[in-house]
Design a protein around this ligand. Structure first.
Ligand code: NAD
Length: 286
């Protein structure tokens, strides 16, 4: 089994850009892949900003920051990253998009390469069904947002995931400074099965007129000691991502309690996706 030297990250959005930064800061070469050059430019700006801040705060030296930046190569075609020894898919939370990406990953990367996904909710076994013959190398490697700060990686085995793939995923997560914790393959796993209904309920509380967003968030931060209220957290995650996770849990767990709140859906349809678009529940334009 070859040592991991180069990690390919598919999708350069909120999560992919964070995973790429953490991998590069941990000494891995990184190929960051996205269909959108604009997203790749945004990711590069985020990397430069974050590394500069790390230097200012004396978390790393200027040389370490420069080296991390240089280790990341941005590409728009997966074929240009085919020499990677590991791939983590962090594209849009949509089963069809991910299945077709898994097929491309299977045909692009070598036959020892682990095909990991950062999906928040989609069944690993179902994703593995897209890559006949490589199901044992498919695994959930679920990082949290913001990736450089959050310690957890939820590790999810599909039905056919091998022990070796699991052990290697745990090893790589630790090499990236994370704490891997296993969960079983149910829609939403543990983290989102518990978190998303709470976020969704906060949208219901808002639209029912129980309180305005600031009050809902303050009540949950002061009353439950949460570091961030559920509506602010939803903006941070991305309202489209929250809606998509609820839809996957609704389909996978078959209970209407997982239907996304109409207020959440409405904001997504208006293009108010949260921090990433400058406006969600809150205005982030400044
Ligand atoms: P995002 O919308 O910020 O980014 C998704 C990226 O995928 C975009 O840059 C898009 O251009 C790219 N993309 C779409 N199709 C592609 C393709 N065919 N090839 C290459 N790139 C493609 O989404 P995100 O928030 O980064 O979420 C990515 C994944 O991580 C999702 O599965 C999501 O559920 C999961 N996740 C999100 C969070 C969060 O807090 N946002 C946390 C944990 C896991």
């Amino acid at each position: 089994m070859s040592e991991v030297r180069k990690v390919a990250v598919v999708g350069a959005g909120t999560m992919g850009s964070g995973i790429a930064l953490v991998a590069a800061s941990s000494g891995f070469d990184v190929a960051l892949i996205d269909v959108s050059s604009e997203q790749l430019e945004r990711a590069a700006a985020y990397h430069a900003r974050t590394l500069d801040r790390n230097v200012q705060k004396e978390r790393m030296t200027q040389d370490e920051a420069d080296a991390a930046k240089e280790r990341i190569v941005a590409v728009t075609s997966m074929a240009d990253a085919s020499d990677a020894d590991w791939v983590v898919e962090a594209a849009t939370e949509n089963i069809d998009v991910k299945k077709s990406l898994f097929q491309e990953m299977h045909s692009t990367f070598g036959d020892e390469v682990v095909l990991a996904t950062n999906t928040s909710s989609i069944s690993i076994t179902e994703l593995a069904s897209a890559v006949a013959g490589a199901e044992d190398r498919v695994i959930g490697m679920h990082f949290f947002n913001p990736v450089p700060i959050m310690k957890l990686v939820e590790v999810i085995k599909g039905k056919a995931t091998s022990e070796q793939t699991t052990a290697r995923t745990i090893e790589l997560s630790e090499a990236m400074g994370k704490t891997p914790i296993p969960a079983n393959d149910f829609a939403g796993f543990v983290s989102n099965r518990v978190l998303m209904p709470m976020i969704n309920e906060a949208f219901h509380a808002w639209s029912d007129g129980v309180a305005e967003p600031e009050a809902i968030d303050s009540i949950m931060t002061l009353g439950c000691n949460f570091p961030m209220g559920p509506l602010r957290l939803a903006d941070h995650i991305g309202l489209d991502v929250c809606r998509d996770i609820m839809l996957v849990m609704h389909a996978g767990l078959g209970d209407d309690k997982y239907l996304p709140s109409p207020r959440l859906v409405e904001l997504v349809e208006e293009g108010r996706l949260g921090n990433k678009t400058g406006h969600g529940v809150y205005d982030h334009s400044s």
